[in-house]
Design a binder for this molecule. Sequence first.
Ligand code: G4P
Length: 524
Amino acid sequence: MGLKEEVRRRRTFAIISHPDAGKTTLTEKLLLFGGAIHVAGAVKSNKIKKTATSDFMEIERQRGISVATSVMGFEYGGVKINILDTPGHEDFAEDTYRTLTAVDSVIIVIDGAKGVETQTRKLMNVCRMRKTPVMVFVNKLDRPCRDPFDLLDEIETELQIAVRPLAFPVSSGPSFKGVYNIYDGSFSVFTSGDRQTASETIKLGLDSPELDEYVKPYGEKLRDDLVLVEGVYEPFDRERYLAGELAPVFFGSAINNFGVKELLETFIEIAPSPRQSTTQTRTVDPLEEKMTGFVFKIHANMDPNHRDRLAFLKICSGVFERNKNYLHVRSGKQMKFSSPNAFMAEKKSVVDFAYPGDIVGLHDTGNFKIGDTFTEGEQLKFTGIPSFSPELFRYIENADPQKFKQLAKGIDQLMDEGVAQLFTSRLNGRKIIGTVGALQFEVIQYRLEHEYNALCRYEPIQIYKACWIESDNAAQLEDFMKRKHTNMAVDKHGRNVYLADTSYALQLAQEKFPDIRFYFTSEF
Ligand code: G4P
């Protein structure tokens, strides 16, 4: 198979949801239908159990286990599917944001009883920024759910994307009858039988007498609803879906394997194969012969005796080959990899070739950073791998004067991994750690001690938000920096960052200094 065919048959995507909506269950059921696993429950996913929220050791352990399931590849109907797993725990949202930079599309899972929740909204903002095509799966129809039209309205307004149902449910909860598949005109009968294996759904035609009998007393309502669907929603337009403007919506019950096969089959048909990627200098097409790729995630090894890490490289063009020399653009060094990992189902294995859309795991002894580019010699830097404004801040101090160097090195490497962000106050030179979740502070402290033999302590600091600032008006920028001197810091690249104490202070600053641009994300 040539490069063109390999690219055409690849689908690389992530499933995102608010915790508990059913992401893990759906992932597992997709693997089950894909034949990658044979019994549900076989995949240890990235899910971090609710009971472990205060136990970060347990969380780190689970994150360790989850390395193998960070990427799950399988073949289905001649298509190579790569599912990129994202942590279920909100405190690791930044990991999820970065994973979204490596996917070509996304499936959003929504709990049919709860509708759109906070985390879904935040993740959708990232998809919107990148114009990522999204599909929606409304889950848990076997439980009493909200009215489907209400849910569709909510998705449209809350997620700011046009929707088009490609399936429509008949009732929910104990009286849930099944789902009408609008795209092929068949009705899938709901059975809650076998949750463990991929069983076939029974299908009935819309005009069949058995259907009327089966959906009683909802037959008429179903026909009315379908008329309403056609009246309210524009026909499905794949181009708009690919442009990230329109989300097809499916309904089902992941735990009951219901609606999953329909979702998978439509997904394969309409979801995009690897798309072009942007760099600082040009657009890279996946069909270009020369290999290019970037690191979007670094996972530390959990074994403190081996400080090696696994860097996840997304292939953007050409063919990646084992033992071939590639340029690590940032350092200018040539590197080759004797045992790059591919990920199939829940297994890691050494791979000889990988194609655009594939993810390759590279062993790293601390040289790589998120955003690093590999090429066959060209000086390229992929863009669109941002860091997001953190939400929690603390001063970090050295708690053991003998271990100053170890601490500096540890902090440096953890920041390269993207565990948190480091800012240096312009006022007093003190180091400030910014994270998206409270747990990261404990994780950093623990890892500094166990991996770098360094001790740190934290001190509180009142910051509402960190934003990167820029302006073409040099005088205004200088004035701003002077007035806000106590709130100014630099990030690890030396860029100016304004640390606003409160949302009010930020708003006031934006009003008073109209020529200054305040950014809430920054490129790595
Ligand atoms: P997440 O990864 O998005 O956090 O969600 P996950 O799949 O773990 O699902 C959260 C809970 O919802 C699980 O129950 C799961 O069994 C349940 N669930 C998933 N899909 C469905 C569905 O279609 N219908 C119903 N009724 N429940 C569903 P749990 O009790 O929290 O965990 P577990 O003990 O079952 O693993």
